[in-house]
Write a protein that binds this ligand. Sequence first.
Ligand SMILES: [Ca+2]
Ligand SMILES: [Ca+2]
Ligand SMILES: [Ca+2]
Length: 180
Amino acid sequence: MTVSSCLRLALVLVVSMTLASCITGGRRGRYTQAGIEELPMRAEPAAMFLAGLDTDLDGIVTRQELDEALDRLWASADANKDGSVSILELNNWRQHWFGTSDGWPGQFHFDTDGNSLITRTEFDNGIKAIFDDFDRNRDGKLERSELLAAAPRHGQSQGDRETDRRQGDRGDLRGGGDGP
Ligand SMILES: [Ca+2]
Ligand SMILES: [Ca+2]
Ligand SMILES: [Ca+2]
């Protein structure tokens, strides 16, 4: 075997191994050459929702973009146009915008007086509270980094992680009673 054919064989092996690691590496964490695991990042449903409000596509969601979206968001939530959002309407809206009607933010995030109807004021306040929850540096803008979180570690549920993040960031214990 000549030197050049050895080199070619080595190149083929390296490419094959790289492809195999791409295929089998999955999304479960990747390892650097030093063997350090780099955890994948993920976006919560609420973060995906907020990212979709970046109307000028500059990669940053501003408080102004949020405020300008409120009318359209309300129109999409109050499906029967009776001036309030029922729990059924809310769950349909959450399913559409968040991809799920489970998890945070739930009914009582919006329905703060607990009468099973959400007024426009409650709705707007709930949307703004989602924004504020992610605006970690309180500058009225959401950069992509503020919308990301590390994926849960093995054995930690998404719900555990969301609770951890909110307790860690806000120092509060909010989250009870918001379940489906
Ligand atoms: Ca923007
Ligand atoms: Ca309604
Ligand atoms: Ca911010």
